[in-house]
Ligand binder design. Structure first.
Ligand code: SF4
Ligand code: SF4
Length: 135
């Protein structure tokens, strides 16, 4: 991110602009794992029907239900950003059940929860979205 750019504290979605290309998911997976693996993404493009696709990602809630549900202390707030510490995550899925937006997924491979961390304020998904459905 350029030094003068404002750090993102939330990812906004304009579903009308989403084509369903999943470039955001791939960019997210590559940023976090170095692999082009959709299953490693922390943002998801949900296909509602043949013509409707909706990206879903963490809202970084003011009072996060996921944080309250996590008995392992793996979820914390850093300013306005809700962070999941993968090293502390036990994979119990309590956060997944608690999130009202379905914005945390379970990784069968890692046996842990996956959640958006906003890429330190410069989200890879936003940069990858050529239609500006994410901003
Ligand atoms: S994972 Fe869900 S509950 Fe937790 S901050 Fe994000 S949207 Fe809110
Ligand atoms: S799955 Fe991990 S982050 Fe989620 S509640 Fe359990 S320990 Fe916490």
């Amino acid at each position: 991110m350029s030094s003068g750019a404002k750090r993102k504290t939330r990812i906004m979605v304009d579903k009308e602009k989403c084509t369903g290309c999943k470039a955001c998911m791939l960019a997210c997976a590559v940023k976090h794992t170095g692999k082009y693996s959709l299953s490693m993404a922390r943002i998801w493009v949900n296909e509602i029907d043949e013509l409707e696709v909706v990206p879903n990602v963490c809202r970084h809630c003011i009072s996060p239900a996921c944080l309250k549900a996590c008995n392992a202390g793996a979820i914390r707030k850093e300013g306005e950003v809700v962070i999941l510490d993968m090293k502390k995550c036990t994979g119990c899925r309590a956060c997944i059940d608690a999130c009202p937006f379905g914005a945390i997924k379970y990784s069968n491979r890692l046996k842990k929860a996956l959640k958006c961390d906003l890429c330190d304020g410069d989200p890879a998904c936003i940069k990858a979205c050529i239609t500006n459905a994410l901003y």
